[in-house]
Design a protein around this ligand. Structure first.
Ligand code: KG4
Ligand code: ZN
Length: 354
């Protein structure tokens, strides 16, 4: 089965071709970082315009790198939400148009489910059930994944997402956008114990996160130094801030595994590209008998391969999406107490081409 995946939820226009849910034939990503960088964050209107410019060449290049044409496809999978609605609409409308013209079925995929399933794009794969941490620019949540379509939310951030905290601290330090990769690089030359930034553990058994206090602590530290005319060491600030985020992410996801007596943990989302987080979780997992799975760097950040894969599992349950389905900005799987299988829209057959 050949699936074309399309992703346009934020500032990456991406398309990928996946064969039989296990062989990635192409994975094309066009990043808009250079467009948004001068503004220090994603500008929604600019993002949707860029997606409009990029979607056709990106899809064309994914098909040509895979050595196929639209006529070879069996279906399409496209990110339906969550994300910037104007951006999502570009990918969704493009997928609907191909679906209508070629009479192909398509499925709308939840972006977070894409991240959650991304470890299945690798050779070494987790077994069910597993605990997953999705840490990205928009989300920091812990899930219990029972199978490819049954996913339960266990904990979520109460304020900023982990990636958002990285990006905001990057902005405070005058670093290039997005701050995450730059902070992670600078932290390599710093001391993670130099500044005792706070860790927000919340209630003893809470699996929720909170990063806004940490962000304020970094702002206060920088402000006090500047007021006293005292220099600060940027690599030390980066390493100490990063350590505070990494420690909380690792401890909470391992606590979720302990509470639910599950010995497999998977890491996903853009922040999963963080080298310190990867190393710390591997170390702690080895000490506590928990097997850790994480996608390679390019499959951690936004991509269409994970969307094609989630689409493959939707198709395997005969689910398709109807043409009147709209994009959504908030994910149903992030509703507290939600089990994704219970929240997913009822399967509908794709209408015939007009
Ligand atoms: O998953 P993603 O590509 O997009 C969203 O769905 O948000 O994640 C992007 C986020 C950004 O906040 C970025 O700063 C962060 O992931 N990120 C990192 C690293 N690489 C990307 N954060 C920390 N360390 C990194 N190496
Ligand atoms: Zn993402």
């Amino acid at each position: 089965m050949l699936i074309l995946g399309i992703e346009s939820s934020c500032d990456e226009t991406a398309a990928a071709v996946l064969r039989d849910g296990n062989t990635l034939l192409s994975n094309v990503i066009n990043s808009q970082v250079a467009v948004h960088s001068p503004y220090g964050g994603v500008v929604p209107e600019l993002a949707s315009r860029k997606h409009l410019e990029n979607i056709y060449p990106v899809v064309e290049s994914a098909l040509s790198l895979a050595g196929i044409s639209l006529d070879d496809l069996d279906g399409l999978a496209v990110t339906q939400g969550p994300g910037l609605v104007g951006s999502l609409l570009v990918g969704l409308s493009f997928a609907k148009a191909i679906s209508a013209v070629k009479g192909l079925p398509y499925v709308g995929v939840d972006h977070i489910v894409g991240h959650l399933l991304s470890p299945f794009l690798e050779k070494e794969q987790p077994t069910f059930p597993y605990i997953a941490l999705v840490a990205s620019g928009g989300h920091s949540s812990i899930f219990l994944v029972r199978d490819h379509t049954s996913i339960q939310l266990l904990g979520r951030t109460r304020d900023d997402a982990a990636g958002e905290a990285f990006d905001k601290v990057g902005k405070m330090l005058g670093l290039e956008y997005p701050g995450g990769p730059v902070i992670s690089r600078l932290a390599e030359g710093g001391n993670p114990a130099a500044i005792p930034f706070p860790r927000a553990w919340l209630a003893p058994d809470s699996l929720d996160f909170s990063f806004s206090g940490l962000k304020t602590a970094v702002a206060n530290y920088l402000h006090q130094r500047q007021q006293k005319n005292e220099p600060f060491n940027i690599p030390d600030v980066c390493a100490s801030f990063q350590e505070a985020v990494v420690e909380v992410l690792c401890e909470k996801v391992l606590k979720a595994a302990k509470i639910h007596q599950i010995s497999t943990v998977a890491l996903a989302g853009g922040v999963a590209a963080n080298a310190r987080l990867r190393a710390s979780l591997q170390n702690l997992g080895a000490q506590r008998g928990i097997k850790i799975f994480m996608p390679s760097f390019e499959l951690c950040t936004d991509n269409a391969a994970m969307i094609a894969l989630a689409g493959f599992y939707h198709f395997s349950t005969q689910a398709t999406t109807s043409f009147d389905t709209d994009a959504y900005s908030r994910s149903p799987i992030l509703q507290p107490g939600s089990a994704f299988a219970d929240n997913s829209p009822p399967p509908a057959k794709v209408s015939a081409a007009p």
